[in-house]
Design a protein. Structure first.
Lengths: 145, 145, 145, 145
């Protein structure tokens, strides 16, 4: 199964539908069922001491997982986050915070993603793990079981 | 078991340690093991259409649960969020978004909270549910099993 | 909104569709959107020392939540568990282990439940909390938003 | 960091401390921070139609994650499950049900694991995903941050 949206199309989608946060995230790698994005950490994402805040990590995981779904479903769908589970394990190191999400299931009504957040310089010591579920509206074009 | 911190002390703690977000939250009710807070929704918390964003709901749940722990533990502790699970169930209605959190367990090394987010005008139709776990450092003053 | 199934109908459903475990659970209270069940702990549910095992607690939470959904949806639906999140907080005390589940949302395609497991003699010190999501098939008869 | 327990030692531990379920699980592969086990599905694990039951999947994930922790911590520790999050995505295919768990963090007081359950014949279509947290008692011998 191939990608239904290019990186440029996903970027345009983000800029149009989420203008307030579009500049916060960048694409690192886009593959079918597997996407990596980065948080362009600005002051507003940081806690005292320079740590990336919990809500910013949540936002990165949500955007990354959402695009994992959208890239395989196409832009017509209006998927909404229904569940998230996150474990916070380590403080982020200085530098970029990345998130890699896999799309584990793209069903008719539910999509399930799982992935990890990690500092670019220490990829084998994940900062957090996250799994998210999206509800897919009945009129979405496809499903792959 | 009684509250270890007053509302004024919690507010001062928030203003000092989380200056960037302190003005985003307000206290509604503070009781032992049971706290209700509200999000003072500003433009930065909203998605197009006026819906409160997922990261803002996460932030409200996290601050509310954190204060449920801190209010019973006292200000010396440096508790950190280790796990969150949230289900998003309905779109928030216009008006204030509230979160009520119960502290279900305050152990030596872990605290567990559970609660619901709801629109002030529709308290019986929760917008989301959330459960959060906090790790309590070994030198924290107390525990109540 | 009223119950779509009586306790007797739920019991018959359990005996027919889950004959291997039907005798493990009993009803304590059945109200709309709110159900309490008990585990009839037998040797097979216990760990050395007499503690109820994790899988048995999972089973109790799942059956109780499933019946919270089914009792409001009616017997025709084939709801399946899609997500569970549990926090284990205390060892069960001797005696019956109960689970009270609330049905927080009964939507067209998803139902969300939340509840607590507790020893009958110590209801204010929950043994565990659990939230479960069920996927409802498209041909299910109703929905209540 | 090397394994602190061999497969034989883990098997002996399982047989001694969990005699009722020891015969239900078998080792497939044991590596540092990465373990694969299988459920020896018997009638008691099956639902009508031959599907592995939810509690049996929970049990497989819990034992596998527990041994991921124990194999790196050594047999003295008394780790207890404090949190589980599972997403159920597909029906198991006939044949063996496997679970591969990674140990993402082994800290002083918490260990975090994440993994997937899958049918042996269809490894790329996971049946479920699971993440589990274990609380490690203060007197456990080691930690690796």
């Amino acid at each position: 199964m191939e990608l239904k949206m290019t990186e440029a199309e996903l970027k345009a989608f983000l800029a149009r539908d989420f203008p307030q946060v579009a500049q916060d995230f960048e694409f690192v790698e886009l593959k079918p069922f597997d996407i990596t994005m980065a948080l362009s950490a600005a002051d507003k994402h940081l806690r005292p001491g320079g740590t990336v805040s919990g809500p910013s990590m949540f936002a990165l995981a949500d955007v990354c997982a959402y695009f994992a779904v959208l890239s395989m479903l196409g832009p017509v769908a209006l998927a909404v986050t229904t569940n998230i589970s996150m474990d916070f394990m380590r403080k982020p190191a200085p530098g970029r915070l990345l998130c890699r999400m896999e799309l584990l299931k793209l069903g008719r009504s539910l999509a399930v993603t799982e992935g990890r957040l990690f500092s670019e310089k220490v990829p084998d010591k994940p900062v957090a793990r996250a799994s998210l579920t999206y509800s897919i509206p009945p009129d979405a074009p496809i499903s792959v079981g």
